[in-house]
Design a binder for this molecule. Structure first.
Ligand code: F6R
Length: 365
């Protein structure tokens, strides 16, 4: 059932090219138009919407953060993102001009469902992004976008996350084009790049030796920090969650610019820092952050785009992702973080697929 793999998690990591393809292909027709057949949002509906609220838990929330970036960037609509358990505590400002997006792999998460019900009651249009057909969240939403990741068995979410990212990009691009907030040219450029992702992820999965070797050296850390700026920060959060949930190492992700405001006090000799530096306009700032933590003795693994080798001068080790548009890096940059977390957990002898205290689907609030 694990198809020759030692754990479901690593099997599912390897299934990502296929999952991405199945989520993408049926949505793009031969004219390069995005066909979201399960979403009945018309141009008129969109015209009315003045705000998007994205709500989810855990990994799905991290996909929502990237969704916020994509919708604001492409469709120019203000977006708020909330963890589902917190959403209801602030009497959120939601009305019939709000598009509420619930992201949930299982479609059964209690907090996400409760938030969805509250938004619906307040008149919002509700769109669900989910991986399970017929799930409760899919049934209660007005519109559904299915991620075709296939069943995800490992507790730690991998292929669900990358397909959620693709879902968010497709939704944002289709909104941007319909609203006229992006040019057809830009839209085509981004969509065409997205179509190369199954292949690019396949390429990333081919060589895991470096990450395995790193894991074998770095499995004994007590604290790991993930730093990044912009969407790299969102991916850092996901990388950190992956590591802590399966390896039981304390890890924390922070926006790199926040380091100096407190967290840098915890960096000492040998502390592992994973630094994401995939964004061209933020690259120099990340190099400075890497130097700052290096000066305090950190061991730095950097993730950068192919060709940006200058980072090797500051970091201890550089992991490269295939070159791509900066807006789309999360789908690629999360892959080495998933693999690193996996091999660290294996090196520690952890029960990777069934971490202690965790359930695949959280149906209590
Ligand atoms: C982490 C993980 C969880 C889930 C969260 C939401 O690897 O899997 O953080 O992402 O419990 O679950 P869904 O997406 O089913 O609502």
């Amino acid at each position: 059932e694990k198809g020759g793999y030692q754990h479901f998690m690593i099997k599912e990591i390897h299934e990502q090219p296929k999952a991405l393809k199945e989520t993408l292909s049926p949505r793009i027709n031969k004219d390069n138009d995005i066909v979201l057949d399960d979403i009945k949002l018309t141009e008129e509906d969109l015209e009315k919407i003045n705000k998007v609220v994205i709500v989810a838990c855990g990994t799905a929330y991290h996909a929502g953060l990237v969704g916020r970036f994509a919708i604001e960037k492409f469709a120019k609509i203000p977006v708020e993102t909330d963890v589902a358990s917190e959403f209801r505590y602030r009497d959120p400002f939601v009305d019939d001009k709000t598009l509420f997006i619930a992201v949930s792999q299982s479609g059964e998460t209690a907090d996400t469902l409760a938030a969805l019900r509250e938004a619906k009651e307040k008149g919002a249009r509700v769109l669900a992004v989910t991986n399970v057909v017929g799930s409760r969240i899919s049934r209660e939403a007005d519109d559904v976008f299915y991620t075709w990741a296939g069943p995800e068995i490992a507790v730690a979410s991998t292929k669900a996350y990358t397909t959620q990212l693709v879902a968010m990009y497709l939704i944002a691009l289709s909104m941007g084009l319909k609203k006229g907030t992006m040019t057809r040219e830009k839209y085509d450029q981004i969509l065409n790049e997205l179509k190369t992702f199954p292949e690019k992820v396949e390429k990333l999965l081919q060589n895991q030796q470096l990450l395995q070797e790193l894991a074998d050296k770095q499995f004994n850390n007590q604290n790991v920090f993930y730093i990044g700026r912009g969407i790299d920060d969102h991916v850092g959060r996901e990388g950190s969650l992956k590591l802590k949930e399966i390896s039981y190492i304390h890890s924390e992700a922070i926006a790199a610019g926040e380091l100096k405001h407190g967290t840098i006090a915890l960096i000492e000799d040998g502390t592992l820092v994973v630094a994401l530096a995939t964004q061209d306009h933020l690259y120099d700032k990340m190099l400075s952050n890497i130097k700052e933590v290096k000066a305090r003795g950190a061991y730095v693994i950097a993730v950068a785009k192919e060709g940006n080798t200058e980072i090797e001068k500051s970091a201890d080790i550089a992991i490269y992702i295939p070159n791509t548009l900066d807006e789309l890096t999360p789908v690629l940059s999360v892959i080495p973080l998933q693999i690193l977390a996996y091999y660290i957990a294996v090196a520690r002898g952890c029960d990777v697929d069934k971490p202690k205290n965790l359930a695949k689907s959280v149906t209590v609030e």
